[in-house]
Design a protein around this ligand. Structure first.
Ligand code: AMP
Ligand code: GLY
Length: 419
């Protein structure tokens, strides 16, 4: 099977690495890729959000399966264009991608189908938003309703803070919702129409600073599985949240196909949906890929061709993996580009370690930083503690003077295991 992967981050490097090891993968192309992905795939520089260009490339190269990494091509309708051209694609239609693109769409779907989530109101105007505040206690959550990549969300502790957040967003669609208390975890499920199968759980660390402080980022580190999402809670999440969502979209004539990422709050009443994403998480994907056994490419092809119900469910190794992001100084504000990176090979000498490239480029002197999140250092081991020890040994090998990382990835799990 010849495969084309869209994207250029750490998530796509991990997907490329895992696809390349799949028995059914004969050739791998990546658009546009990065220097890490180039280790496993042939990189082609076209715009991954241009439906026509992607279809043309897939046709010219006789591609059997297109795997879409990030959300932007999905929202731009790239999966629809490929399906329309008769090319198998792992990734939802633009209509189903609204689960991520519009928070209001998802909240309304939850309400209509009794899916557990925070109670909410949708408003269009600033004055309505201010008026709606009176219906909520404190803290209260204010969200801009659009593709916000983890931004545009304010957890306001006081009424004044909530009003300031509303003023800052101005007129335009907002969701105001009840604050949920609990621990966050994510569940990744393969969905093919009305069929949904859990793949793996993970826990991300979204704040830039240790102890979960400072501004939100795309994610500073993750581990998988997330033991806090016990088998029983995972089952409940599938039955109460993921499957009803898949059925609702299928019944509406806009079936979901691809990976559905449920961001959950594990509350005293059970798991509640915070948000959906319609793609793998980054860096959760980097921590999940080393755990997936079997023919991963074949699995994605089965989803893309509507055969998920017919094949064996995905298997995980039972091991633990952790990813630590090394970011360029200044991230998430204005990261410094161009810092030299060395000793990746030394880090990869450590058993179980792979260094995925998130934002790198090849400069005249060698590998340099190109984005906010630069490297996704990943280690797999028999236990959570061993994976954590390994990943930090690997991070310490890397020579990147302009970089920084969080030293406390997995702190919740560490506290639980210590208790
Ligand atoms: P979102 O972009 O919807 O994932 O929100 C970003 C982050 O805000 C989440 O990961 C949570 O930490 C927090 N958050 C969002 N909604 C809620 C809520 N209803 N209750 C508590 N925390 C929330
Ligand atoms: N790591 C969070 C995300 O991918 O949205």
């Amino acid at each position: 099977m010849d495969i084309l992967l869209l994207g250029s981050g750490g998530r796509e490097d991990a997907l490329a690495w895992r696809l390349r090891q799949s028995p059914s993968c004969t050739r791998l192309l990546a658009v546009p890729g990065n220097p890490g992905i180039a280790r496993w795939a042939q990189c082609v520089i076209i715009d991954p959000c241009d439906p026509r260009a992607v279809v043309d490339l897939a046709r010219d190269e006789n591609i059997d399966l297109v795997v879409v990494g990030p959300e932007a091509p999905l929202v731009a309708g790239v999966a629809d264009a490929l399906r329309g051209a008769g090319i198998a694609v792992f990734g939802p239609s633009a209509a189903a991608a609204q689960l991520e693109g519009s928070k209001g769409f998802t909240k309304d779907l939850c309400r209509a189908h009794g899916i557990p989530t925070a109670s909410y109101v949708r408003v269009e105007r600033m004055s309505d938003a201010r008026a709606a505040l009176g219906r909520f206690g404190l803290p209260v959550v204010i969200k801009a309703d659009g593709l916000a990549a983890g931004k545009g969300v304010t957890v306001a502790m006081t009424r004044a803070e909530a009003e300031a957040a509303i003023d800052a967003e101005g007129d335009g669609p907002l969701v105001i919702e009840e604050f949920l208390e609990g621990e966050e975890a994510s569940l990744f499920a393969l969905v093919d129409g009305a069929t949904a199968v859990a793949l793996a759980s993970a826990q991300d660390h979204k704040r830039v600073g240790e102890g979960d402080t400072g501004p939100n980022t795309g994610g500073m580190g993750a581990y998988a599985p997330a033991p806090v999402l016990t088998p029983k809670l995972e089952q409940r999440t599938m039955d109460e949240i993921v499957r009803p969502t898949a059925r609702a979209l299928a019944d509406a004539g806009t079936p979901f196909s691809g990976i559905l990422y449920a961001g959950l709050m594990l509350t005293a009443e059970g798991p509640k949906l915070i948000e959906y994403n319609v793609r793998f998480g980054d860096p959760e994907c980097e921590a999940i890929m080393p755990l997936v056994e079997g023919d991963f490419a074949g699995l994605l092809h089965a989803v893309a061709t509507g055969r998920l119900a017919e094949i064996d469910p995905p298997r995980l190794s039972g091991k633990h993996a952790m990813t630590v992001i090394v970011a360029a100084r200044g991230y998430p504000g204005s990261p410094e580009a161009g810092g030299l990176i060395g000793e990746i090979e030394a880090a990869e000498q450590i058993e179980g370690v792979t260094v995925f490239h998130a934002g790198t480029a090849l400069g005249e002197q060698g590998l340099v930083a190109k984005g906010g999140r630069v490297l996704a250092v990943t280690a797999v081991a028999d236990s959570f503690a061993k994976a954590r020890a390994r990943v930090y040994r690997a991070v310490d090998q890397i020579d990147f003077a302009d970089g920084f990382h969080r030293r406390d990835i997995g702190w919740r799990e560490l506290e639980r295991e210590g208790a």
